[in-house]
Write a protein that binds this ligand. Structure first.
Ligand code: G3H
Ligand code: 13P
Ligand code: ZN
Length: 307
């Protein structure tokens, strides 16, 4: 099995009313935890690499680790650039062998977003790579309100955007945000916007960023063992399940991986103050990531047994 694009994954997910997990990866233990969960649940996977991950780990290491993951699991895996911010970075990733790239020009004007997303789509498509773009900005990113939808995606713009750019999937803003502190009050998502977008773009895959659920058991463990993350809150899992049954085909998860890893390591250090071998504390961290991802795949995304 070689790396795959998201084309077939999304077509099947759309029809089947489930979503594919897009998990951010930065090192070997994170990749192993995710793909072991994928293997046990027979789930396709998207492993996504941010600009920060490229800088942290070096792309050659990440690519080789993902190649190893495919050899070990034989799973359909897409290697995706998360939040590419320039044409040059997206081009570099296409040239490096990514099968999917995101161009995030959502902070630019509608016209500039279209121009940059189209430029990336033309280059990527010429090399057999698929493209995700974003319209609307995630909550917390942009303070000013520019139209009736504020920072949310304006459904009236989506057909023109997709038609003029030629992109393969679209990230929209319906109230999610990145990180572990997503809502100060009751979590709410604008399912009416998602519904309207999917009416205007039939059979078109929609992407949800900022979709970690911030499991409270991880927060409790982190706080118990010396951390301070009071008030951390994510997207409730039933909302994610609902989105997955609608047009959302890709659900992005990074913070939950970080939380699972940190909770396990904090606990380990507290219980074994004399240990100093990284294998000792990275083993439970990797296991915690694997358990969390298995739970997501089976109980939230519904992508188990879909290979
Ligand atoms: O959306 C952002 C992802 O969580 C990646 O985060 O830029 O810190 O690698 P990062
Ligand atoms: P979370 O911070 O909710 O995990 O979102 C990750 C993400 O959207 C990566 O692009
Ligand atoms: Zn994101």
């Amino acid at each position: 099995m070689a790396l795959v694009t998201t084309k077939e994954m999304f077509a099947k997910a759309y029809k089947g009313g489930y979503a594919i997990g897009a998990f951010n990866v930065n090192n070997m233990e994170v990749i192993q935890g995710i793909v072991e969960a994928g293997k046990e649940t027979k789930s396709p996977l998207i492993l996504q690499i941010s600009k920060g991950a490229r800088n942290y780990a070096n792309i050659t290491y990440l690519k080789k680790l993902i190649e190893a993951a495919i050899i070990e699991t034989n799973l359909p895996i897409a290697m995706h650039l998360d939040h590419g911010d320039t044409f040059e970075l997206c081009k570099q990733c296409v040239d490096d062998g990514f099968t999917s790239v995101m161009i995030d020009a959502s902070s630019k004007s509608f016209e500039d977003n279209i121009a940059l997303s189209k430029q990336v789509a033309e280059y990527a498509h010429a090399h057999g790579v698929v493209v995700e773009a974003e319209l609307g900005t995630l909550a917390g990113v942009e303070e000013h309100v520019s139209n009736a939808y504020g920072h949310y995606t304006d459904p009236a713009q989506v057909e023109e955007f997709v038609e003029r750019t030629g992109v393969d999937s679209l990230a929209i803003s319906i109230g999610t945000s990145h990180g572990a502190f997503k809502f100060s009050g009751n979590p709410q998502l604008r399912f009416d916007i998602l519904e309207e977008v999917s009416k205007r773009l039939p059979n078109f895959p929609i992407v949800l960023h900022g979709a970690s659920s911030v499991p409270q058991e991880f927060i409790a463990e982190i706080n118990k063992y010396g951390g301070n993350m009071k008030g951390a809150q994510g997207v409730p899992e039933d909302m994610l399940r609902k989105a997955a049954t609608m047009a959302v085909c890709k659900i992005n998860i990074d913070s939950d991986i970080r939380l699972a890893c940190t909770a396990a390591i904090r606990k380990y250090f507290a219980e074994h103050p004399d240990h100093f071998d990284p294998r000792q504390y990275l083993t439970p961290a990797r296991a915690a990531i694997k358990d969390m991802v298995k739970h997501k795949i089976i109980d939230v995304l519904g992508s188990n047994n879909k290979i």
